[in-house]
Design a protein around this ligand. Sequence first.
Ligand code: TYM
Length: 334
Amino acid sequence: MIDGKKVLFSGMQATGTLTLGNYLGALKNWVTLSEEYECFYSVVDLHSITVRQEPAELRKRARNLLTLYLAAGLDPQKNCIYYQSHVSGHAELSWILNCFTYMGELNRMTQFKDKAAKHADNINAGLFTYPVLMAADILLYQTDMVPVGVDQMQHLEITRDIAQRFNAVYGDVFTIPEAYIGKSGAKIMSLQNPQKKMSKSDENPNASIYLMDEPDVILRKFKRAVTDSEGQILYREEQPGIRNLLDIYCACTGKSPEEAVKEFEGKGYGELKEAVGETVVSVLKPVQDEFARLSEDKSYLDSIIKENAQKANYYATKTLRKVQKKVGFPERIR
Ligand code: TYM
């Protein structure tokens, strides 16, 4: 609790170009939840270097991502929006938690297996202990709630396990966090292969809607979206392409799948694709415009970065000192 409010933490990697999946699965929910909770939203640049990055590019992407958090509607006076690398407590707590995490647990992480297969020439220890750093991010702020897409659930589970293990030894040190998964949009699929998650790293640019895609590009990608030959618009597993389009529509409009199916009753796939494309354009356009405006305002962004890093450091240090004391590190002499 901070000032009587529950704490919320979430983060995104500044790797690749953000997709509609990141927006509907995470960012959009962050904005909805931001009034009710005391929120920390991090640009998790420490996580990004588990895969080789070009330094200037990483720096640029990280700043763009932070700007995008604001452009999506997060108020930086009320929400703590900062770079993970500006708060050394993340790395420090991560080390301690590493000593409370088993190799066997980390070996079971599906994201590690996927990434190791993709980057076979660079299976570094950071990639392996990635979930521990994620646990540190969350536990550092005594977080109650973590809004994420379905793909991060396994990391949330291990975070809870590590926290419970630590608490069992040292008493109630960490708040045990809960995941928040949105009603719709928690798993947006590729437009070219609806069995696969929409991902920043997809090689086929038609598979993903990028948040900065121009309206005509968005409409064209939806037009080309892979569907099926059933010819009817129903929300069911047998029609993953149509279901994905309906999911996107529902996540953008707040409608339920039943309402959406009713709305498109008797209509063709072409009409559905056009309607979904236009809805997505109407949701993304204001974010894109605000992004362009904010990007020009260097001194405003710099002031946000500075102030919010101080705030994050304050709360992070509070937890870190408590943990250091519990594990038996010597007291600091002032
Ligand atoms: P990242 O950067 O891969 O994704 C950011 C958020 O977007 C969600 N997401 C999706 N949701 C729905 N459909 C999709 N196709 C889709 N693709 C991505 C993700 O679930 C995530 O919520 N490890 C994390 C970043 C992280 C983090 C944390 C998150 C680091 N520390 C602490 C929460 C709490 C990651 O790589 O997310």
